[in-house]
Design a binder for this molecule. Structure first.
Ligand SMILES: Nc1ncnc2c1ncn2[C@@H]1O[C@H](COP(=O)(O)OP(=O)(O)OP(=O)(O)O)[C@@H](O)[C@H]1O
Length: 481
């Protein structure tokens, strides 16, 4: 609880012994110490920074239970599995938890002195009165150590993944003002940050805010221009074949990978598309061309999804590339992903950054390619207009959401159309990151600004053509998946 300044466990020891990491990354120690001092903490850091450790480690060394609120089932399951493997007493209650497991977890909690160190739940579960009652019992026994809110941007109507149930999390500070909170996110603009703090009723004067750079220097950002006239599949196939050829020619890298029990001919990656039907057809097309690819979307059976994810994570042959909708995103933490491709413009700037952030998590050079076409841009705008029309009687909160979505998409369009500046700098600007990123040729503009302009001129449909097509209603689309 707040104000615990007397107890300072050996966090370096726990880092090595339990989490099997050699040292803290920049600022992880400071964040963890602030949490252990009982402060409320807001942590914004780049994708793959290691934000989870900042609440997991305190939970292991501290007295009492940490409640982790997480928006996605996949995200919870991945973290829970990793911690279980490390021998940490962790549990989750979600829609897939078997009844008998759930009963055992509840029994452990209800006694007021739970053995469970971390409990992962959804925000919806936190709204249930019977769970709140249990929390009151644990709190009365001084065993409620901390509340961790992962992917905290979901709280804000200005955020890209807004979930109304996240707003009900204000319950925690109101009921348990002495229980510290830690909020983590990779994608918050200044406005989203303010909104999170206000909604959760955190006291800005007491809150420790850590905002680290959003920059991922090992990611190479590149826009590839396309039009409806031309199929961009051959371009991608040529790119991935060249990547395989480079890998085959690099004998030392092959030996290194073999030592890590990895296949030298595997270049793992993710292709994101907005449509389920593309997932299936693109994966099939790649397989026909000898590239191991599997689809992943919410329409697949649970068994297929689990098999495709497990095969890909384990670097199995035939599972090198996942062709996914955004059902596959937050929380995916596979270290050797070498590329993320967006098959068309994503729905938001934050979504783009999150998804691109699945690559290069081992710190090695990785590629983020976004195939941008003006026809896709107009389809995205059309979709957004349709969704907005459904809410034309929306209240102020929904209006705010609509506006922020439109702003985010527009910012992404500007990013794609830009031929006048570094991509890393543009991303930092969007997130109001004060740090000036060093690009070192890790984007298409810094590498070859002149070539970029030429490729754009050659690759995109003209604005004139797009405007006649728009008038003819050519870009009306059914729902995204
Ligand atoms: N100090 C450390 N040393 C080595 N590896 C670390 C350290 N801290 C975290 N990691 C590893 O870094 C990876 C990314 O951590 P984590 O999943 O917490 O990222 P994140 O900041 O939540 O990113 P995202 O927002 O992209 O999900 C994990 O595999 C984790 O084990």
């Amino acid at each position: 609880m707040a104000g615990k300044k007397h107890f300072r466990p050996d966090i370096d020891f726990t880092l090595r012994r339990v989490f099997k990491k050699r040292s803290f990354r920049d600022l992880q120690r400071e964040v963890i110490n602030a949490a252990l001092d009982g402060e409320d903490v807001f942590l914004q850091a780049a994708t793959s920074f290691g934000k989870s450790l900042c609440f997991q480690l305190p939970a292991v060394v501290d007295h009492g239970i940490t409640i982790v609120i997480s928006p996605l089932l996949a995200l919870m399951l991945i973290q829970v599995a990793a911690m279980r493997a490390a021998g940490i007493k962790v549990a989750t209650i979600n829609s897939t938890t078997p009844h008998s497991d759930k009963a055992a977890i509840i029994d452990d909690l209800r006694c007021g002195h739970p053995l469970t160190r971390l409990l992962y739940v959804t925000p919806e579960f936190c709204q249930l009165e019977h769970f709140r009652k249990i929390l009151r019992v644990i709190h009365a026994q001084c065993e409620l150590a901390r509340i961790a809110i992962d992917e905290a941007h979901c709280i804000s109507e200005w955020g890209h993944d807004f979930r109304p149930s996240f707003q009900a999390l204000s319950f925690f500070k109101r009921e348990f003002p002495d229980v510290p909170m830690i909020c983590t996110t990779a994608t918050a603009t200044a406005q989203v940050r303010e909104d999170i703090i206000t909604t959760l009723e955190l006291d800005p004067a007491k809150l420790k805010i850590f905002t680290m750079t959003t920059n991922r220097p090992n990611l190479h950002y590149e826009i590839r221009f396309k039009s409806d006239e031309e199929d961009h599949y051959p371009d991608f196939l040529a790119w991935i074949r060249a990547a395989h050829a480079r890998r085959a020619a690099n004998t030392p890298r092959g030996t290194q990978l073999a030592a890590l029990n990895q296949r030298a001919d595997n270049v793992p990656g993710i292709i994101y598309t907005l449509f389920r039907k593309d997932c299936e057809s693109l994966a099939a097309r790649l397989r026909a061309d000898g590239i191991g690819a599997k689809p992943y979307h919410a329409g697949l059976s649970h068994t297929d999804r689990a098999d495709h994810l497990a095969g890909w994570v384990a670097n199995r042959e035939g599972y090198d590339v996942i062709v996914a909708t955004t059902a596959f995103g937050m929380g995916i933490d596979k270290e050797n992903v070498r590329f993320v491709v967006h098959w068309q413009i994503p729905k938001s700037f934050e979504g783009f950054y999150q998804e691109a952030g699945r690559t290069g998590r081992d710190g090695k050079a990785s590629v983020c390619i976004l195939y941008y076409g003006r026809e896709d841009r107009d389809r995205a705008a059309n979709m957004m207009a349709r969704e907005n029309a459904k809410h034309h009687h929306a209240g102020a909160a929904q209006q705010a959401q609509i506006m922020s979505r439109a702003k985010s998409l527009q910012a992404l369009i500007t990013y794609c159309e830009s031929t006048t500046g570094c991509r890393h700098a543009a991303i930092s600007r969007y997130f109001a990151d004060a740090n000036k990123p060093k690009c070192e040729w890790a984007c298409d503009w810094c590498k070859d600004a002149v070539g970029l302009v030429k490729r754009k001129e050659r690759g995109l449909a003209s604005e004139e053509w797009c405007s006649t097509q728009r008038e003819a209603g050519a870009y009306a689309v059914d729902d995204y998946d």
